[in-house]
Design a protein around this ligand. Structure first.
Ligand code: HEC
Length: 135
């Protein structure tokens, strides 16, 4: 086989492998499915956005959907829907600060200061931010 044909075959194989690989990546745009979040072992192999989505809808962690609409999760509506986040928060640091301690932007807020009160670890907040940016 010529070198070029060999390269083309290799490239085709890589594309095929990518298409047929188990879909560990998360499409985003909504809360991950329950079966994904409930498998703690497999979850560690998933991308940060998927892990963040599971943290966001976990009642013992973010429980963000208690107040906010998150597509794909049963949601409350006492806070703005978590949608179009990337467009509305071009500044990722500002988005992170909102979760770390919403009182900085609004001292009277009912949103829990997830970072300051150690409800979520800094790593968990980072993952939640990655998830929010898919919404
Ligand atoms: C107890 C209710 C409550 C919970 C739980 C809550 N929030 Fe909020 N959140 C609010 C309210 C109310 C606002 C409106 C602005 C403010 O008061 O700070 C808000 C604002 C926001 C905003 C800005 C929205 C915008 O459109 O400007 C983001 C982003 C956000 N919250 C993310 C989260 C995330 C992520 C979680 C979970 C880790 C969470 N919130 C949990 C009540 C809540």
């Amino acid at each position: 086989m010529s070198k070029i044909a060999g390269c083309a075959t290799a490239a085709a194989l890589i594309v095929l492998a990518a298409i047929s690989a188990p879909r560990l990546a998360f499409a985003g745009g909504q809360a991950p499915e329950e079966r994904i979040c409930s498998d703690a072992q497999a979850l560690t192999d998933r991308d940060a956005a998927t892990q963040g989505g599971c943290i966001a809808v976990d009642r013992r962690k973010g429980n963000c959907n208690a107040c906010h609409l998150i597509a794909g999760a049963p949601s409350g509506d006492i806070a703005p829907p978590l949608a179009f986040i990337a467009q509305r928060f071009p500044d990722k640091a500002k988005l992170r600060r909102q979760i770390e301690d919403a009182r900085r932007a609004n001292p009277g807020t009912v949103m829990p200061p997830f970072g300051t009160h150690h409800i979520l670890t800094p790593e968990e907040i980072d993952k939640v931010v990655e998830f929010l940016l898919t919404l």
